[in-house]
Design a protein around this ligand. Structure first.
Ligand code: DGY
Length: 421
């Protein structure tokens, strides 16, 4: 089974490889996506290290002057995607979107470096990427944590990657739709509309884009001007893990200033993350920064925080949450608790399983001494792929493949699960 899965995953990586970057899947996502690329590089690294470094390098060639790394790079024209470059209007030579995505790059660069077979190449590439990744992290703390709490807010659901999570439902009530341009969605032409966000959600996504565009994509203003400011424990967990890993990498490369600064961010954030813990739910929750309230929504974001260096007792509690979720679904880890009435098994981030999330949760739990649950997640992930192929995401109850097919990061994670073991 292992050889067949690796062969198929390798075929998908090559199918979606456009030379210097990889599309998540043809049709539905025809450009370069930020966290897709960084996680894809991990899988590529087992096959061709130079190609893996190139994937991340290409992304960082489009970093903004203020340090932000955009969530989409529109390398070429493609009318099959909405919203395209004309909607974003960020004014860049190679167009990009104007928002960002989970900062997995720091983790990916550190991991590629740590297990590199070609040490000279790794040292050269990691040394060049180090200050760029650090600048991105500093951008987050400057522009998305203006009060210095230690945790950053996202200002658009697309930044989290978890576009239509239940976590955003309440906050979306205050995102208006007046003045939204008429538009035609393309995603529903490539994927089953029942598996995608709703039209009402899309109108709010576009309202936010128009709001930020009207502010000239000036990141010194966007956070405070957004009616949507959510502190997501999974997103912050990724950022804190990336800061911690970058500190270790900087140390290894003899860059003490970056090592100290990145380490301090990770330490401060780890303390701040505790403010998102819910005893009642046994996991972390999102904080709505506009209302100052925790959002009572048991989504996978609060478990994904396990990717960060969290206290052992928290990791043990999160492992317990995963065990409890396993009692209600056939496959781990559902993106929303199936016992919550808002759970929707096939609707994008309101229930389905995503392999990249599984990978990060398993990695974090294993590092915190919860190897048994980590192994359970890995086994479940591979069983899912074996039964249902390389989809974008899956129904956790019966494994039905959902969204796009021949999906790059799913393939990359399979290679990672099987070869990194
Ligand atoms: C999409 O188009 O579905 C993305 O999630 C936005 O990046």
């Amino acid at each position: 089974m292992t050889a067949t899965l690796i062969d198929e995953a390798t075929r998908i990586l090559s199918l979606n490889d456009l030379g210097n970057y990889t599309v998540p899947t043809h049709g539905l996502y025809p450009f370069q996506w930020n966290w897709d690329s960084c996680l894809t590089a991990l899988g590529q690294g087992h096959l061709d290290e130079a190609r893996a470094w190139r994937e991340i390098e290409t992304l960082f060639e489009h970093q903004w002057d203020d340090g932000m790394v955009p969530h989409i790079v529109f390398h070429k024209q493609d009318e099959g995607y909405f919203p395209g470059p004309d909607v974003w209007s960020t004014g860049r030579v190679v167009p990009t979107s104007g928002i960002t995505q989970p900062p997995v790059a720091g983790f990916a660069v550190a991991r590629l470096f740590q297990r590199a077979r070609d040490r000279a190449l790794a040292e050269q590439k990691a040394r060049a990427l180090l200050p760029k990744v650090h600048a991105w992290h500093e951008w987050f703390f400057r522009c998305r944590d203006p009060k210095g709490t230690g945790l950053v807010a996202v200002i658009h659901p697309w930044e989290t990657g978890r576009d239509n999570s239940v976590d955003w439902d309440e906050a979306f009530e205050r995102v208006p739709t007046e003045g939204v341009m008429p538009f035609t969605r393309r995603d529903t032409q490539h994927a089953n509309p029942e598996h995608r966000p709703t039209q009402a959600q899309y109108e709010r996504y576009i309202w936010l884009v128009q709001r930020f565009r009207d502010l000239g994509w000036d990141n010194s203003r966007l956070h405070d001007a957004s009616p949507f400011q959510l502190v997501d424990p999974g997103f912050n967990g990724i950022l804190l893990r990336a800061c911690a890993d970058l500190a270790t990498l900087a140390e290894a490369l003899g860059e003490p200033a970056i090592a100290t600064a990145a380490g301090a961010r990770a330490d401060h954030g780890a303390i701040a993350l505790e403010s998102l813990w819910s005893d009642a739910r046994g996991q972390y929750l999102c904080l709505d920064r506009v209302t100052g309230q925790l959002v009572d929504s048991p989504s996978v974001a609060g478990i994904l925080a396990a990717f960060a260096p969290i206290p052992r007792a928290r990791a043990a509690a999160l492992a317990q949450r995963v065990r409890a979720l396993a009692n209600g679904t056939r496959f781990l880890v559902p993106s929303h608790d199936q016992q919550d009435h808002r759970f929707d098994a096939r609707r994008y981030w309101r229930g389905p399983v995503w392999l990249i999330v599984n990978y990060m949760i398993a990695d974090g739990l294993a590092a915190q001494g919860e190897g048994e649950v980590a192994a359970q997640i890995t086994r479940s992930s591979l069983e899912l792929i074996h039964d249902s192929g390389f989809a974008e995401y899956y129904d956790p109850l019966d494994g039905t493949p959902c969204g796009g097919a021949s999906f790059t990061w799913t393939a990359a994670m399979v290679i990672e699960f099987l070869k990194a073991a």
